[in-house]
Design a protein around this ligand. Structure first.
Ligand code: GN1
Ligand code: MG
Length: 357
């Protein structure tokens, strides 16, 4: 990749930047550009095998402008509360070179966490996602492209799983029968939310679709949550997905790819903290029926993600970036462990949601 070919299309800062790669995400390639005058930017190569880059940038432009406007109305600081796309010299939100699609964001000063360290942080993370949903409550989701069609359509994910299982291109199915059966036994989870969306019982909203703790930026000094980032999967969806995915990632006492399952647990106290933060800041961005489905959605999103990891393991690790053998299988196993624990306490989880109405 020729960096100056890309930065040359922008007016950024004087001189050449210092580039610091960020290895965290599974999908895009990311680096921080630091200039001598302390200006910082995020440069990303958009994975155009996964996304239609132009549609994705269309969505992000609309959503960031909408949130920026809401933050201004509230008297907030849009530069801190919302990602800002830097436009090229000719006003485009991305650059297309022979190496792919690139975009630049202003860097939001702050920290993000890979795992919950303090319950308070998870509460603040929930506030950030709650106000994100609140800001977008009136956004017309039909303006958005479905950048990854049927992204959280669990029924479709299940069909994909079955098809990979049937093909079994790497001959791995025989070694993961237990995990395969785990998915098959829970098939009836798949259509619970999609059917509510299809018949209009719950609304299709503009949602984030990747509400992991590490997609929230915190102010290092005040500890407050500032902004929700990684808007790649912003598209029409359900807030049940957003809530559920945040719980899936944040209430795990271990890493998503932990090998030692004895340390993987679902933390109900973190669940309580998230529910509190989320429901206290979402305002009119949620209906009664959506709220009643939140607790189940935590199981559903964990099931869907585990199934995706297992599918990718069967496919020969073509989607999620791996750094070791059986990496996707390990990830699937942590998800299934969390599901087993959540299934046992679903009524308690539902009560927590009800008590925080
Ligand atoms: C991927 O790349 P990252 O970490 O933001 C994936 C999510 C999964 C997540 C699991 C576009 O997100 O759906 O929940 O991995 N994003 C995409 O860690 O598929
Ligand atoms: Mg992401």
């Amino acid at each position: 990749m020729d960096l100056t070919e890309i930065t040359g299309k922008y007016i950024l800062s004087e001189g050449l930047p210092y580039c610091q790669p960020v290895t965290r995400g599974h999908i895009n390639d990311t680096m921080i550009l630091k200039y001598a005058d302390n200006d910082k930017f995020i440069l990303q190569r958009i994975n155009d095998k996964v996304f239609n880059a132009e549609q994705l940038m269309h969505n992000i432009m609309l959503v960031t402008e909408f949130i920026r406007h809401k933050a201004e109305e509230r008297g907030g600081n849009p530069d801190k509360e919302c990602l800002t796309i830097v436009k090229t010299k000719d006003g485009k939100p991305f650059v297309h070179t022979s190496d792919g699609y690139f975009r630049i964001y202003r860097y939001i000063e702050g920290v993000s966490y890979q795992a919950v360290e303090k319950e308070e942080d998870f509460y603040k993370c929930a506030q950030a996602f709650g106000s994100f949903a609140n800001s977008l409550a009136e956004f017309d989701a039909t303006q958005l492209f479905e950048v990854i069609p049927k992204f959280h359509d669990t029924e479709k994910r299940f069909r994909d799983f079955l098809s990979s299982l049937e093909k079994d291109v790497c001959g791995r199915a025989k070694d993961v029968q237990k995990e395969i059966n785990f998915v098959l036994e829970r098939k009836d989870y798949c259509n619970r939310i999609t059917s509510l969306l299809h018949d209009g019982t719950i609304p299709v909203r503009c949602t984030h679709n990747d509400t992991k703790l590490n997609n929230v930026i915190f102010d290092e000094i005040t500890g407050e949550s500032l902004a929700v980032v990684d808007l790649d999967t912003v598209m029409p969806g359900s807030i049940c997905y957003d809530f559920g995915d945040a719980i899936r990632f944040g209430c795990n006492t271990a890493k998503e790819d932990e090998i030692d399952l004895s340390v993987v647990h679902f933390d109900i106290n973190l669940f309580r903290a998230f529910v509190k933060g989320y429901l206290s800041s979402i305002g009119n961005g949620i209906t009664d029926i959506e709220r009643k489905n939140l607790a189940f959605s935590a199981i559903l999103m964990t099931y869907e993600c585990g199934m995706r990891f297992l599918t990718d393991h069967l496919n020969g690790d073509k989607y999620f970036r791996i750094t070791r053998e059986n990496h996707n299988l390990d990830r699937a196993r942590t998800q299934f462990k969390l599901i087993e624990e959540m299934e046992k306490i679903l009524p308690e989880m539902e009560k927590i949601v009800e008590d925080n109405k």
